[in-house]
Design a protein around this ligand. Structure first.
Ligand SMILES: *Cc1c(COP(=O)(O)O)cnc(C)c1O
Length: 393
């Protein structure tokens, strides 16, 4: 009998032949400025560990202490018997941190989008979505059954055009945008988008996964950056990036948060994050509320690195955040660049189509507060050497 799974061999072969097969590297060290990757010690410019919290001693301690007190697993979904005092405390602390009415936590940023979007809109409704929104927004939007209309990237005028063209054809409308766009490091003109939404009575949602712990006062995120507290209906975030742990959060209007406790499907049908995760997130909030030092260091590192890269003649695109794309254009060049960086002891990913548009391949350099001045200088030297060896300026 024919192998009914032979199609997978064919598909995998195609991926390999066309260069789209994902070769996943293995880390055998904790996250930090340096990593051991495939057995080799390298400078780490790949992680979303913006503040160096993933292996911060206070966070590690908080997780260990909580495990001794409460064990590991939550035992059930939140709505049955899985809500612990720790989960509620984290939600209270996040609402206060973000200066909004209420917050609810999820297993991940991905599931937070899958919970929130279908709870807000359905088949009779419309989603106005930035054309470069994250995959989890796209999946959450599809799951909702609402009609998805895309507007030009970070373009409030185009949003308004699409809104006007479809006026009167739907029940409810929801505008959704990423906060920080992770491929280019630019961020949404949230104030202008909210103005348009307000003019037409549309709900607003921002997914600030890369802005959490990065933008706003002491890392309070994009809503805080634009002083839009109470004006953006919900803000989705993640604990997996700057917070250095794992988990998702939705913060904003108290009515929406209450509704998500009743209707957010990942909340109702998937168990809560574990005790150590939750305690670690709480310790991260403590650290962020105590001092802006880590956030300040992240931005100082980013400014220094980006200014020096420009002096070396590299094109760092349109970034407004610590995400630093090094634009190379050709995908083969970007891959070779990344390989040579790795040989020289620096780990940074090459990104090509379909992750970024055709002809816009790049190396994405992720700056962290964990980097020392010396790490940054070493990285700049390596970029200069590899750039010269490949004739990139
Ligand atoms: C990373 C990311 C997510 C997913 O967050 P996880 O907590 O890792 O699931 C969602 N949205 C955006 C915009 C992201 O960048």
């Amino acid at each position: 009998m024919a192998d009914k799974l032979a199609w997978i061999d064919t598909e995998l072969k195609t991926l390999k032949d066309t260069g789209f097969y994902n070769n996943i590297r293995t880390l055998s060290s904790p996250q930090g400025a340096r990593l051991v990757v495939d057995g080799k010690s390298v400078l780490n410019f790949c992680s979303n560990n913006y503040l160096g919290l993933a292996n911060h001693p206070r966070i590690v301690q908080a997780a260990a202490d909580a495990v001794r007190q409460y064990g590991v697993g939550p035992g059930a979904v939140r709505s049955i018997a899985g809500t612990m005092t720790l989960h509620l405390e984290l939600e209270k602390r996040m609402a206060a941190f973000k200066r909004v009415e209420a917050a609810i936590t999820f297993q991940s940023g991905f599931s937070a989008n899958g919970a929130t979007i279908p709870a807000l809109v359905g088949k009779e409704d419309v989603i106005f979505s930035d054309e470069l929104n994250h995959a989890s927004i796209i999946d959450g939007s599809r799951l909702s059954g609402a009609k998805i209309l895309r507007y030009a990237h970070c373009n409030p005028q185009d949003l308004e055009r699409v809104v006007q063209e479809t006026a009167g054809t739907y029940r409810r409308g929801l505008v959704i945008t990423d906060g920080v766009f992770s491929m280019d490091g630019d961020y949404a003109p949230l104030d202008k988008l909210v103005e348009v939404a307000d003019r037409y009575g549309l709900m607003t949602m921002v997914d600030d996964a890369h802005g959490e712990g990065v933008l706003g006062e002491g890392g309070r995120g994009i809503v805080d950056h634009f002083h839009l507290h109470g004006k953006v209906d919900v803000e989705v975030g993640t604990f997996s990036k700057a917070f250095g742990v794992v988990g998702g959060v939705v913060a904003g209007n108290a009515k929406i948060i209450e509704w998500l406790r009743q209707r957010g499907r990942p909340f109702l049908f998937s168990s809560a994050v574990t005790v150590p995760d939750t305690a670690a997130c709480l310790a991260a909030v403590d650290l962020l509320e105590e001092s802006t030092d880590l956030v300040d260091r992240l931005w100082a590192n980013a400014r220094l690195f980006q200014a020096e890269m420009k002096k070396l003649g590299f094109d760092t695109g349109v970034t407004q955040t610590p995400i630093t794309p090094v634009m190379l254009g050709d995908v083969q060049l970007a891959r070779e660049f990344s390989r040579r960086l790795f040989d020289e002891g620096l780990f940074a990913m090459a990104l090509g189509f379909p992750t970024v548009p055709m002809g816009k391949a790049r190396i994405r350099v992720m700056i962290s507060a964990a980097h020392s001045q010396q790490d940054l200088e070493e990285a700049l030297d390596i970029f200069e050497r590899v750039g010269k060896s490949l004739g990139v300026k």
